[in-house]
Design a protein around this ligand. Structure first.
Ligand code: PLP
Length: 467
């Protein structure tokens, strides 16, 4: 019997029991053996189906990744055909057609002179590779002191040692160790949390000044790179003030600091464009990291776009040794590459960028209606990514956290009502597949409203919230 056929023999209990051998991301080691996670068995369009037959709207598109939606036979077919034709060969000295053509295709979609792609296995390895490239670049130019990395609180850049070190979500800085000698965090550019009485424009200038001051404090000859997500996704869909990125890039140019735009979430359509850096934020960075929507999650793949300017500088200056000694067995994997090519074809053929430009503002507008719920403090976002932040009161803005993490409660209620949300402490993040329709957005918002109201009733009933 084929492996996938054999799986049909297991019922929900068997699967949940077996799952206790699977250490999941962000696993709580204290509850190993007690978890009963919902088992997703099938998916189609914007819907998931669990092992008990319940239909659930996929609010987070998996993990911001199933951009073209579930059940795309075209992608499954090219994956299968490529596996039969040639599943894998080493990318070190030979190449393969899907990866070569994909690199050229991505370069054409990318802004400015970002014309070379270093393929990786996921977003974390893309971030790690981009940061390592910045080190390689400066070392090759003989600037061996220019090593320091500036990043931001509330940023998320992955789970490799360096990717996690440049991330800035406080709760994730728990019992793990991080690179601290060369990594420096500056404050989050979250306009919702700006000081009382400060305008958004003043706040932007202050956050840009944080970057410049940090460079000056460390010494420009010591700072290699600034890494920033255009929208801080896992930090709670934080959209920095208008003009922030452009001004930060100018500061970087002024002090010869490289700018990495981490587009692992925003690239491939989430904001209605293949890349958001230039089209939405008016910047052409030195490097762009990508993953997730590149293959719409059908198979893992990531990459870093590197500018011609940097490569040319190295080509001209690297003396005896020009090797960037960084790479993965699966860099430019032919099966992942062909899936990415088909994924991009679907996006272009179906006009998904234009679709997001139309339904994105509609989703934002509908979600903003939730601001009338007393525990909702902020509803923010752009395109098809948004966040509803719950607070104790709209006046105090204090997050509804501690022993009653509202995000999990909302998620539980929403799942009962047929919607998956991504809970992050006191926040609920929505980033559905790009194919979502206005009617499905209406369903999503309706369920989310009911879920938040039920969670609010719970904390009120339990005496945890006195609103
Ligand atoms: N960068 C950003 C902005 C992300 O949101 C993520 C993951 O969510 C990563 C990097 C890491 O990607 P991955 O989980 O594929 O390693």
């Amino acid at each position: 019997m084929q492996a996938n056929e054999a799986l049909k023999e297991f019922d929900t209990d068997d699967l949940q029991h077996a799952d206790n051998s699977f250490l999941h991301p962000w696993e709580n080691v204290k509850t190993i053996g007690e978890n009963k996670r919902t088992v997703v068995t099938r998916s189609e369009g914007v819907y998931l189906y669990d092992s008990d037959g319940n239909r659930l709207l996929d609010g987070p598109a998996g993990m911001w990744c199933v951009n073209v939606g579930h059940g795309r036979k075209e992608i499954a077919d090219v994956i299968s055909e490529q596996a039969m034709q040639m599943p894998y060969y080493s990318p070190w000295s030979l190449t393969n057609a899907p990866a070569s053509i994909l690199s050229e295709r991505i370069a054409k979609l990318a802004p400015g002179d970002l014309n070379h792609v270093f393929f990786t296995t996921c977003g974390s390895t893309a971030v790690d590779s981009a940061l390592r490239f910045a080190m390689f670049y400066n070392n090759s130019l003989g600037r061996t002191e220019k090593k320091h990395i500036i990043c931001r609180n509330d940023g998320y850049h992955g789970s490799t040692y360096l990717g996690a070190s440049v991330s800035g979500k406080t709760r994730d800085k728990n019992l793990l160790d991080f690179e601290t000698n060369t990594v420096h965090h500056i404050p989050s550019p979250n306009p919702y949390r700006r000081p009382e009485g400060m305008s958004v424009a003043e706040f932007r200038d202050a956050k840009v000044a944080d970057l410049e001051n940090k460079i000056l404090e460390l010494g420009a000859d010591k700072v290699a790179v600034f890494i920033a997500e255009p929208i801080l996704a896992s930090g709670g869909v934080i959209v920095p003030p208008p003009g922030y990125h452009k001004a930060c890039l100018e500061v970087c140019h002024k002090y010869d600091v490289l700018y990495i735009s981490d587009e692992v979430v925003t690239a491939f359509g989430r904001l209605g464009h293949f890349f958001a850096s230039e089209t939405v934020f008016d910047i052409v960075p030195d490097m762009i990291t990508m993953a997730k929507g590149l293959t719409s999650g059908y198979i893992p793949m990531g990459g870093v776009l590197i500018s011609d300017r940097l490569l040319k500088q190295l080509g001209d200056s690297a003396e005896e040794y020009g090797y960037f000694s960084n790479g993965f067995t699966y860099s430019g994997h032919p099966i992942a590459s062909v899936a990415a090519l088909e994924n991009i074809d679907i996006m272009q053929r179906e006009g998904l960028m234009e679709h997001v430009q139309e339904v994105g503002p509609y989703m934002q507008e509908r979600l903003r209606e939730l601001i009338d719920i007393p525990i909702v403090g902020d509803v923010r976002g752009m395109g098809l990514m948004s966040c509803v932040e719950c607070v104790i009161s709209q006046e105090s803005k204090d997050p509804l956290t501690m022993d009653y993490e509202i995000g999990n409660r909302v998620d539980k209620h929403c799942q009962e009502l047929g919607l998956i949300v991504r809970p992050i402490i006191n926040m609920c993040v929505m980033s559905p597949p790009l194919i979502i329709t206005k009617a499905q957005i209406d369903d999503m918002v309706g369920i989310l409203r009911a879920g938040i109201e039920r969670a609010m009733d719970d904390v009120r009933r339990e005496g945890l919230w006195a609103g």
